[in-house]
Design a protein around this ligand. Sequence first.
Ligand code: M6R
Length: 357
Amino acid sequence: EKGTYPHYMLKEIDEQPLVMRKIVQQYQNEQGELTIDSAILDAMNEADRIYIIAAGTSYHAGLVGKQFIEKMAHIPVEVHVSSEFSYNMPLLSKNPLFVFISQSGETADSRGVLVHVKDLGYKALTITNVPGSTLSREADYTLLLHAGPEIAVASTKAYTAQMAVLSILAYVTAQSKGLMVGMDLVKELGIIANSMEVLCDDKEEMEAIAREYLSTTRNCFFIGRALDFYVGLEGALKLKEISYIQAEGFAGGELKHGTIALIEDGTPIIALATQEHVNLSIRGNVKEVVARGANPCIISMKGLETNEDRYVLPVVNDMLTPLISVIPLQLISYYAALHRDCDVDKPRNLAKSVTVE
Ligand code: M6R
């Protein structure tokens, strides 16, 4: 039930802090330590390479998950769009582990790959929000998102839940290998939940940004580097699917290789700047587009901000920034869609789960 909320999407955005706390609880043992089923840990540790398979928003979560697993657990990861996997099948490693990410657990494109790799005799883990879903039943192992039902077509809380569960998977795998991760993930996810709350309480500001940048535009670009690039892809997808504004997510450094030709007077550019090691270069990219007339909306993180920034996020662990930087993008998309009288929860041409290939 959406209760007093005008739309499921807004309710689901607001639920994200709670979902974070629930996930931590669900994956904690009695001593308060994060744990994962030992069979899954064995499969992670036996794998010489992990293949993440997903579609849409879940694919975007997978891109972030790759960084978690490679940086924390030191296992190489490839991320593939499920509908392309069979046509552009990579040369597989000797002991691959397949990880399917799917909110619904019913996406036909992803299931097609699961059936194929099971036929080849490989092990599969599904990360899903729906216990008993097809992808969960047909895989060897399941990790649940514990996000509660997601009704709005635009995925919000499932995306942040997917990243949180992937971070736990990476962290616990690293611990099982005796690797030093250099953070206390329970504490960091607690900080994430609190920061999400702060952002969800700032809706007026997000609505103002949507009005200022997106009320009449035809298109919009999201740029970022490193993790911010992946969040930009998700921000663009969110904006496209509910507001019908043509949006593209781009790596900051890639714009000048062609796409910059699309920048005109007033074109909105939403730039994410949460990563210290690329802060200078993303700001250089913003200058390049501003020189061509773009209207920049820089969203940075406290400590990295300058006085040209439109919004400053609270500080969180710099590997986990996607979990909070996406929230303003979700809210901005929501308000952009509202301002344009779009059907937020049920955008045209889309269904909640895509059960055809
Ligand atoms: O249920 P799934 O996570 O497998 O769904 C994958 C995509 O269809 C889904 O994420 C889609 O991109 C969303 N509508 C995005 O908001």
